[in-house]
Ligand binder design. Structure first.
Ligand code: PLP
Length: 429
């Protein structure tokens, strides 16, 4: 893998610090090639769809091309699907939740490993039932099957993450799609973590393993912040009013009537983030050209090296599986005995210039489960967190690998963690 990204940062005092980004599950840095191509477009962007000038035509073409690049990236159908540009995965999932017509008894089945963004939007609309994870944190497919069967009569949707942002586990989307469709429910895949690291194929609409809806974010796949996408059947978005309305969403407005535009315009209220969409399309094209197999192989090698190094460190607890494998992304959560996760993350940044993440990673119930907290402990820490006392709340440290990381990054991370483990008192704050 030969991708470059900035590896030094200039501090306010003018000094230059090298750094290593191992917090890619939160946000990736733009690849140089993505930044460069996006910068070229920056000089020409204009509003889309509504202008007849050269700039507007050029921007409209680039914006629409981005949709096609994203369709190709996930194997969606340009004829049957629509790609709605939104801010991020969170907005995409909220949009979908807002666009269903809900009945009082409707059920949405999710799993215990979901990010809050694929949990809370459903709680506002329906009864949420969670499929269990097993002792190691992997999705229990048998329990999912039982729950789908049990709630089939009221089942509106199955909404499952493609991969966990805590343990890196990749879910068997084909099996899940088959299960959901057997009982007549559509499937949403939260692909925020999966999309930048594995090939996704939504499959033909009439295939039992078809992924009905998919959501992911640009800033986790080497494009800038502010753009994400919701892809799903045109037919679904063809009816009903959009959740946000205003400019761009209509065909016609009179004093007392509205004719909504067809998808995707109906669901893209206001002037869209054209630059963000173009950058996301560029990033998708770069990833596709690189080959997601190559991306996966590279990250897999680094993950094996990282886990082998961490397994050798005493007093270090790994959460989820301690081993790499084809069904696992380069995401590793751990704790060092005697060192709070916040202190560990700060020490890695301060002493070694290594960016990682700590806390509960917006997946509190899953992290509580992996930490084996009792209901009393959860209630206690939840109360403290509610009072703003976040520093004492249990959590983990998370390393997450991106395609620009290399063996040297992993060796430095292992060495820095070894140092913390040997002198926890020195780094405790
Ligand atoms: N889903 C998963 C699995 C994630 O890891 C994240 C972010 O970390 C999200 C959803 C939310 O993504 P965004 O913050 O881009 O909306």
């Amino acid at each position: 893998m030969n991708f470059s990204y900035p590896r030094q940062i200039r501090l306010p005092d003018g000094s230059v610090m090298p750094f290593i980004n191992l917090d890619n599950a939160a946000s990736t840095q733009p690849l140089d090639i993505v930044a460069q191509k996006t910068a070229e477009f920056l000089s020409y962007y204009s509003s889309v769809h509504r202008g007849s000038g050269y700039l507007s035509e050029l921007s409209t073409r680039a914006f629409e091309e981005a949709r096609q690049q994203l369709f190709a990236f996930v194997g969606a159908s340009p004829e049957l699907d629509t790609a709605i540009f939104v801010k991020n995965t969170t907005e995409a999932i909220n949009k979908l939740a807002n666009r269903f017509e809900w009945l009082p008894d409707d059920v949405v089945i999710i799993s215990e490993m979901e990010h809050h963004s694929n949990d809370l939007p459903w709680r506002k609309k329906a009864r949420v039932v969670k499929a269990r994870v097993d002792i190691s944190g992997a999705l229990d497919l048998d329990d999912l099957r039982v729950k789908i069967r049990e709630h089939a009569a009221n089942l509106k949707l199955v909404a499952i993450t493609g991969a966990s942002n805590v343990t890196g586990y990749i879910n068997d989307l084909r099996a899940i799609a088959r299960l959901a469709h057997t009982y007549g429910a559509p499937l949403l895949v939260d692909a925020a973590q999966l999309a930048p690291h594995r090939r996704i194929h939504m499959m033909p609409h009439d295939h039992p393993e078809h992924l009905d809806f998919i959501a992911f974010s640009g800033h986790k796949m080497y494009a800038p912040f502010g753009c994400g996408v919701l892809i799903g059947p045109k037919e679904f978005f063809q009816t009903g009013a959009p959740d946000y309305c205003g400019g761009g969403t209509v065909r016609s407005v009179t004093k007392d009537s509205v004719i909504w535009a067809p998808p995707p315009e109906r669901d893209e209220a206001g002037s869209p983030n054209v630059v963000g969409a173009v950058a996301m399309g560029i990033a998708a094209a770069v990833l596709s050209k690189t080959g997601m197999r190559q991306v996966a192989l590279h990250e897999q090698r680094l993950l094996e090296k990282l886990l082998a190094g961490l397994r050798r460190i005493p007093n270090l607890t790994l959460y989820g599986s301690a081993f790499a494998g084809p069904n696992r992304l380069g995401v590793v959560a751990f704790n060092i005995q005697g060192l709070h996760h916040l202190s560990a993350a700060r020490a890695l940044a301060g002493e070694a210039g290594i960016s990682v993440r700590n806390g509960c990673f917006c997946a509190h119930p899953y992290v509580h489960r992996l930490l084996d907290l009792s209901p009393e402990e959860i209630a206690h820490y939840s109360k403290l967190a509610g009072q703003g006392n976040l520093a004492v709340v249990p959590g983990m440290v998370r390393i997450s690998i991106g395609l620009y990381n290399n063996e040297n990054d992993i060796e430095k991370a292992i060495a820095a963690i070894e140092e913390l483990e040997q002198n926890p008192r020195h780094y405790a704050q």
